[in-house]
Write a protein that binds this ligand. Structure first.
Ligand code: 6GU
Length: 250
């Protein structure tokens, strides 16, 4: 997979050389390049923005600069991702889907965003264009959001993760639920013991305990996820018992 990131702060992307994403690059499974948007300016001040037409606060990024940068960066197979707090929400589902892409291009805006015609133009030109938000809060620019998405996507590329079991477990075991709590030695720490069932060696009981914990946690912290799963018929009668004890009502 090739990933290009366009930004006025390409140095912001330096951490992608580290850790798992860095290893993926070393392995040749992934190539990430950060480009300075100002390389496509021609004026002495290397201007990338202008005032919003129609009035209002802040500055808007110019479509002509973005157009030149994207024309030089997009390949035929590329998906254009524009990080924006006004985009569709980034999910594990989207990360999985994008992990089989040949080429992703992230267009990171700053200020009040990128002129709205840029996304329209590349849709009309036949590209897949996604405006994507990483959650309901506001960042100063798309760079950190792009890094979040790149990490989530990169770890799903086949051959990437050190322990492939951890991915299999994520996608099956408790699909759509929050993870159950995990423990390691020492068995007693600060007067707190690891739950006894985990020391029992009884695999079926351990699996059931973990599912109960995942269900309880999810109902308590993310009832919206339970509501969404309900219609998938993924719960058995024992699951509903646990959920009802947690205040769940069908
Ligand atoms: Cl993708 N960009 C910005 N600027 N803020 C955000 C975001 C993206 N996602 C959540 N907040």
């Amino acid at each position: 997979m090739q990933i290009d990131v366009l930004s006025i702060f390409p140095e912001y992307l330096a951490p992608l050389e580290l850790s798992l994403v860095g290893k993926a690059q070393e392995k040749g499974l992934l190539e990430i390049e950060a480009h300075d948007l100002r390389a496509w300016t021609t004026d002495r001040h290397r201007t990338v923005d202008d005032t919003p037409v129609g009035g209002g606060a802040g500055m808007v990024m110019r479509p002509d600069i973005w157009g030149k940068a994207l024309d030089d960066t997009l390949s035929e197979s590329a998906t254009l991702i524009i990080p924006s707090p006004a985009g569709q929400v980034f999910t594990q589902r989207l990360a999985t889907e994008l992990s089989s892409s040949e080429h992703l291009v992230f267009a990171c805006g700053r200020y009040e965003g990128i002129d709205g015609r840029v996304a329209e133009h590349y849709v009309a030109a036949g590209y897949r264009v996604l405006e994507v938000s990483i959650g309901d809060y506001v960042l100063n620019g798309g760079e950190v959001a792009a890094m979040v998405m790149i990490e989530a996507i990169a770890r799903l590329i086949p051959g990437m993760v050190g322990n492939p079991d951890s991915l299999v477990e994520e996608s099956h075991g408790s699909a759509g639920l929050l993870e159950y709590p995990v423990y390691t030695r020492p068995v007693t720490w600060q007067g707190r013991d690891i739950p006894e069932v985990l020391l029992s060696g009884h695999h079926a009981k351990i699996a059931r305990w973990r599912r109960d914990q995942a269900l309880q946690r999810t109902q308590e912290r993310r009832p919206d996820l339970i509501a969404a799963l309900q219609h998938d018929e993924r719960f058995d009668s024992r699951d509903y018992e646990v959920l009802r004890e947690q205040g769940f009502e069908e």
